[in-house]
Design a protein around this ligand. Structure first.
Ligand code: NI
Length: 266
């Protein structure tokens, strides 16, 4: 039997929390059938660990580059200038611009700067013909508005960690974007399964957001890419289709977002 291949479209596996057992964690990921993970950048401090990990495992990890909205603070212009320099010095190295977006959960005082940073980075995506990875915590309607009114991203991309309503899901799909589904879908009392059931699996990709948002039964613990099997199993249950079919659909979707060439060239 051929084991279905899974793709983790969003994981911060370069973070220090894996320093002790990163090689084992990667072995567990491979034995779980997770063939690839796409690694989003956070800010200027994560560039080096991210690129090192991708260099050490070029078959497994693919880098993405961007400034996370939670890192848009007083000095954001300096941060984004550094990220721009790294990105444009070797643009073909990156599978997407990310993660970028708006975060209205924590500090609201930087919202105008977050918006400016998101628009600027979406322009890079168009310039380089790359998709975007969008972080939309408590801000999904504003992101949709920006993408409709201010900056249309040609290659579209992924609404990472989608947890919104059916209406929001439909608007996102209508714009040509995919929904990144992670551990939240396995949480008790989550409304997400109902929303997903209504829209179907055709616009979904899998993600972990590791080390955050571990699926049940690891909720609250450190997440890792091998746990994506719990997310895929939950989707199989929601759609009442085999696990292998979920793997096939979400892997195809991920390949569409990132473009086949990214998966095969170095
Ligand atoms: Ni993330």
């Amino acid at each position: 039997m051929i084991r279905p291949v899974l793709i983790d479209t969003h994981a911060h596996l370069y973070e220090d929390v894996y320093a002790e057992d990163r090689a084992d964690m990667i072995l567990r990921m491979q034995s779980a059938g997770v063939a690839k993970a796409y690694l989003p950048n956070v800010d200027e401090t994560t560039i080096e660990p991210l690129l090192n990990l991708c260099e050490n495992y070029p078959e497994i990890f693919v880098p993405m580059m961007g400034l996370h909205p939670c890192s848009v603070k007083e000095n954001w212009k300096a941060s984004i200038a550094m990220i721009e320099k790294v990105l444009f010095s070797n643009p073909s190295r990156y599978a997407a611009i990310g993660e970028i977006g708006l975060d209205y959960y924590w500090d609201k005082s930087f919202i105008p700067m977050q918006q400016e940073a998101m628009i600027l980075q979406a322009q890079w995506a168009n310039e380089l013909n790359l998709p975007v990875i969008l972080h939309s915590r408590n801000s999904m309607d504003d992101i949709i508005l920006l993408l409709k009114k201010k900056i249309k991203v040609t290659r579209t991309g992924i609404f990472h960690c989608f947890t919104g309503s059916l209406e929001q899901a439909q608007r996102i799909i209508d714009m040509g974007y995919y929904l990144g589904i992670g551990g939240v879908v396995t949480f008790k009392n989550a409304h997400l399964p109902e929303v997903l059931k209504a829209i179907g699996p055709e616009h979904l990709v899998l993600e972990t957001d590791a080390p955050y948002l571990s699926p049940t039964p690891y909720r609250g613990k450190r997440n890792e890419s091998s746990y994506i099997t719990y997310v895929a199993a939950k989707l199989a249950e929601i759609f009442e289709i085999p696990f292998s079919k979920i793997a096939e659909i979400t892997t195809q979707n991920a390949q569409k977002v990132f473009n086949q060439t990214v998966l095969t060239t170095e």
